[in-house]
Design a protein around this ligand. Structure first.
Ligand code: GP9
Ligand code: MN
Length: 633
């Protein structure tokens, strides 16, 4: 007689198969830092409670067929979720959060990046589904149609709950306050497991939606007090230095500081930008950091316009694109500027078309405003040289003064170029991404040089101020091995934090005011710094940054992940380092700043989640507390 298998064999096989697959995927697809045996153990057991529960629901079905169908459907859904996270991670080095799922209009645009990130071998992400299907087809199960006893079910779910609490308990020991403070997504996945993490995320997101509904103007009081007490008065020497000039702000895609004044196998990577670092009309900020999160370019735009941080989860451009903001564009509209953004991509990308309305930007020159064809395109679209050339043409027709914010695109992952634009050779590491990065940055540098020449030629240069900043990192931590080969040192969390430095230039033609500014500063500071240079006061603005030229500017740059950099310390990966030496020091040294960073990010989130600026009158600086109920409608 052929051997028969116990009644619940399929359930057990499903749980074990998905469990092992998930654990394997943790190690192969995500780069999660595991520091000790305890963390390894939590990582190992964390998928179990969730799998026991979702697969276990099959025990409520009366027939074997229905039970098996449930198990197969669950395994397919979970595989898709895990696979989607793995692909997402290849792009963003992060896990999916609910708001990004609503960014569907972005998915079509991912184009070459997506194609470069999906492989045939990805079929292994569905191994458990295959095992389950084979088991259902081939295993002979004894006592098939047996209805499961309520007591068996009860025992099963009590056991599942016990494992869940064991998991949560260990997570709490390993990382106190994890559930109340979230910290970062990697930590959540490491401790709760990728599936439970999504449940947690759903919970958090629904809460933030409720927050807007419940928010009222009185919540602004505390934030307002904080903003006013940290206010930095303008520096007399620089206030109004660029008054009445056109403002041109260039977002330099994926440009990090490490390539500046550096060479790659003997080739200068950024000759033009290097020349600006000691130019008589240029302020070069050599200790400037990006502060973006998951929203990447859009977060940097948000920081520039509002001097508020993006959100910890998802892109604020999407999640809160309909909020009330008092942007830099709004301030400049009031000063008589023609405000616009120039970017040769689809207007819906990052929800810009919607968000720009909330930011009161008068015109968006999107891809439709440009002449784009096969010859002048590469990678994500129109190449930077023709983009900047055509932008200058468009500027010549603008009413002056104008504020144009230009967003470059060629130097974007996967950093591909046409042969004719490769001005230097590739690098020679094990990372194609880093190898191409240098070439692609070299092209960007050339495009900026041509841009300056064009502005001069079209008579726009002398009467403008040109601000240029790197929007966010280009080389993620996935390329640490290659980076350590290039930089000749190990990439510790300290080094990673320092690598988030991006170049920033403020070029004021014929001012003779240029110098290197080594003050530690970040994108949050751009708005007050720029407005003050244009002679616009910001003492009523609800902003979290400060004018970098101000005597009161503080050397304290907060990362969206809660880390920070001060003159003395760098806080990264939950470790406190001495700035300069990179030596680990007692976390006590960082504690005051850890609290400040949490507080400041919290205030920014509070403003955004509660849509609190609808209760703020920028003209008078009054909080609209009495009108709360009216405005909330
Ligand atoms: C898309 C461009 C790139 O329009 O700004 O966005 P990113 O992927 O860098 O956030
Ligand atoms: Mn970008």
């Amino acid at each position: 007689m052929k051997k028969t298998w116990p009644t619940h064999s399929i359930l057990v096989i499903a749980i074990v198969a998905t469990w092992i697959k998930t654990y394997t995927v943790y190690h192969t697809s995500f780069d999660m830092k595991i520091e000790n045996i305890m963390q390894q153990f939590i990582l190992f057991i964390n998928p179990l409670s969730f799998l026991l529960i979702v697969y276990g629901i099959s025990l409520f079905y009366k027939s074997t067929k229905a039970r098996n169908r449930h198990i197969v459907v669950v395994s397919v859904i979970l595989s898709i979720v895990l696979y989607a996270n793995a692909v997402f991670y290849r792009f963003f080095t992060d896990f999916i959060t609910i708001p990004v799922l609503f960014q569907t209009s972005n998915f079509g645009d991912l184009g070459s990046s997506a194609a470069a990130s999906i492989f045939l071998t990805d079929i292994f992400y569905f191994t458990d589904v295959a095992i389950i299907l084979i088991a259902i087809k081939w295993l002979k199960i004894g006592e098939k149609s047996k209805v499961i006893k309520a007591s068996t079910r009860r025992a099963y779910f009590v056991l599942s709950a016990a494992i869940l609490f064991l998991n949560l308990g260990l997570a709490e020991i390993e990382r106190p306050q994890l559930l109340t403070r979230s910290f970062d997504r990697e930590m959540l996945v490491k401790n709760l497991g990728s599936y439970n993490y999504h449940l947690y995320d759903i919970f958090i997101q629904s809460k933030s939606h409720a927050q807007r509904a419940l928010a009222d103007g009185s919540e602004l009081v505390e934030v307002n007090n904080y903003v006013r007490s940290n206010q930095a008065d303008p520096n007399e020497k620089t206030f109004g230095l660029a008054e009445d000039r056109n403002l041109i702000v260039v977002s330099m895609e994926s440009l990090q500081s490490f390539v500046l004044n550096n060479d790659m196998n003997g080739h200068e990577v950024t000759p033009f930008l290097n020349s600006l670092t000691n130019d008589k009309d240029t302020f070069y900020f050599s200790n400037f950091y990006h502060q973006t999160g998951l929203g990447k370019t859009s977060d940097s735009e948000f920081l520039v316009e509002n001097s508020l941080y993006g959100l910890g989860g998802g892109a604020v451009f999407f999640t809160h694109g309909e909020n009330t903001f008092h942007s830099m564009a709004e301030r400049l509209n009031d000063e008589g500027y023609f405000t616009n953004v120039m970017h040769a991509n689809k207007k819906s990308f990052w929800n810009r078309d919607m968000m720009y309305q909330s930011l009161n930007i008068q015109k968006f020159y999107d891809v439709m405003s440009y002449d784009v064809n096969d010859d002048n395109s590469v990678n994500w679209g129109l190449k930077d040289i023709p983009f900047l050339e055509q932008s200058v043409d468009l500027m010549t027709d603008m009413p002056q003064p104008f504020y144009s914010r230009l967003i470059t695109l060629t130097n974007h992952h996967p950093f591909t170029l046409d042969e004719e634009d490769m001005l230097i050779l590739e690098y020679d590491s094990n990372s194609g991404t880093l190898n191409r990065y240098f070439q692609s940055v070299r092209y960007m540098d050339e495009s900026l040089k041509i841009f300056f020449d064009d502005l001069k030629e079209k008579g726009l240069y002398d009467n403008s101020i040109i601000v240029m900043y790197g929007d966010h990192y280009g080389i993620s931590e996935n390329h640490n091995t290659a980076m350590s080969q290039y930089l000749g040192k190990e990439i510790t969390p300290y080094e990673s934090a320092k690598l988030q430095s991006v170049p920033m230039f403020i070029h004021i033609p014929n001012s003779g005011a240029g110098e290197e500014v080594s003050e530690i500063s970040g994108q949050i500071d751009l708005r007050p710094t720029i407005l003050h240079l244009l002679g616009v006061e910001t003492n009523k603005d609800m902003q979290l940054g400060a004018d970098i030229f101000s005597e009161d500017h503080e050397e304290f740059v907060i990362n969206r992940n809660g880390g920070f950099i001060t003159e003395d310390y760098v806080y990264a990966g939950n470790t406190c380092y001495e700035n300069g030496s990179g030596i680990e020091v007692d976390v006590e040294n960082c504690q005051t700043y850890i609290d400040r960073a949490t507080q400041e990010l919290g205030y920014s989130d509070k403003i955004i989640n509660g849509d609190l600026l609808r209760f703020y009158d920028l003209k008078t600086g009054n909080l609209l507390i009495d009108e709360t109920k009216e405005s909330a409608k």
